[in-house]
Design a protein around this ligand. Structure first.
Ligand code: F6P
Length: 376
């Protein structure tokens, strides 16, 4: 027996389709054990700044409140990627900001609210905060979430499949118009540090060039690929670019940075398109899929993953686990120490089977000249 009677769940960082499935699963699995469940609004902000919310920033979660939500995108609790409690930005009289660690205060609020344990659903940032809170004395279980699929120690994160599915449909649509006009279509997708979305979408959608953060590119190789396609009768080309891609010796494309947030990436698609046009003389168009990839209904696979992770997190608490993340290691959901899960990101392995398949198909990644297909 454990001594749990009331748990909290929070969803932090960028949202991902499948979050509501986790919330439903945690709520039902906990309620079925006789535990009470509360949701914290907007990451940890509900508890950090309770005066800004109804009901002190907490939302009672019962069967009624999680009915019919597993097929919806977003999170009924709200989310934020601002206000990290371990580096909380506080404005100074001169307009500058200092960052203070408010985790002790936050843990005190968990205690005051009679919360015995926290299930934190998030990406790299939120799970690192979760680990910090665990080390500071809170009972914490992590659930991995990100459309980018870049969390280590889990073969998949929910949201990724939905993002890839939708992006692939978009490329299917662009394919026909690109063919009609003999144009180069550059499609920018999310993927800050890892190119999973670009790689899987590009391959499923039949792209000819894919640029990912793991492989700095030289646009000359793309230009050659495009011109070679022209010479061999394929006058159109589809290029998929991850937002975190960068040229050899160059930097990622940054739009800006708000206080307490990571830099906002964007604009690489337009830059790549302009340079391709200059190098090849071809007409190019850019489509930025961006946050469209974070919205919409989760696929069945992401719903199932969310449900499995949520229930596994509750089981872990019931079994007395603490400071761990639930992760998928097919066919099982396993427990991994949060400290290990957050040590590094899961990047695309360049010698992995998917990459080797892409190379075999002749997809150009901007790091080498195109295969000579004129006689093939
Ligand atoms: O969820 C991760 C991610 O999709 C990154 O690929 C992207 O850089 C980031 O979210 C953008 O988040 P936001 O615009 O919400 O700050």
């Amino acid at each position: 027996m454990n001594d749990i009677s009331r748990i909290a769940i929070s969803t932090g960082g960028g949202d991902a389709p499948g979050l509501n499935a986790v919330i439903r699963s945690v709520t039902l699995a906990a309620r079925n054990r006789g535990w009470h469940v509360v949701g914290i609004r907007d990451g940890f902000n509900g508890l950090m700044n309770p005066e800004e919310y109804p009901n002190g920033g907490l939302m009672d979660l019962d069967r009624q409140s999680v009915r019919g939500i597993q097929h919806t995108g977003g999170t009924i609790l709200g989310s934020t990627n601002r206000g990290n409690p371990t580096r909380y930005p506080v404005e100074q009289p001169d307009g500058t900001y200092v960052h203070v660690d408010r985790s002790d205060e936050l843990i005190q609020r968990f205690n005051d609210a009679g919360i015995d344990a926290l299930i934190t659903v998030g990406g790299d940032g939120s799970l690192t905060i979760g680990n910090h809170l665990y080390e500071a004395g809170l009972r914490v279980i992590g659930v991995p979430k990100t459309i980018d699929n870049d969390l280590d120690k889990t073969t998949a994160t929910f949201g990724f499949d939905t993002a890839v599915d939708f992006a692939t449909e978009c490329i299917d649509r662009l394919f026909t118009t690109a063919t009609s006009h003999g144009r180069v279509m550059v499609v920018e997708v999310m993927g800050r540090d890892a190119g999973w979305i670009a790689l899987h979408t590009g391959m499923a959608g039949g792209a000819h060039c894919i640029l990912i953060p793991e492989i700095p590119y030289q646009l000359e190789h793309l230009a050659e690929t495009i011109l070679q396609r022209d010479r061999t009768g394929s006058r159109f080309t589809i290029v998929v670019v991850a937002e975190g891609a960068r040229p050899v010796g160059g930097e990622v494309s940054v739009i800006g940075q708000a206080v307490g947030q990571a830099v906002q990436l964007g604009g690489i698609g337009g830059k790549v398109a302009a340079e391709i046009s200059a190098l090849t003389g071809k007409e190019t168009r850019t489509v930025v899929l961006g946050h469209l990839l974070r919205g919409g209904s989760p696929t069945a696979l992401d719903r199932l993953l969310g449900l499995r992770f949520g229930a596994a997190a509750v089981r872990a608490l019931d079994e007395g686990e603490n400071g761990i993340m639930v992760g998928l290691q097919p066919p099982d959901v396993v427990y991994v120490p949060l400290s290990e899960a957050t040590r590094q990101l899961k990047l695309v392995p360049l010698d992995g089977d998917t990459m080797r398949t892409a190379r075999d198909l002749g997809i150009n990644f901007g790091d080498r000249p195109p295969l000579d297909i004129t006689s093939a």
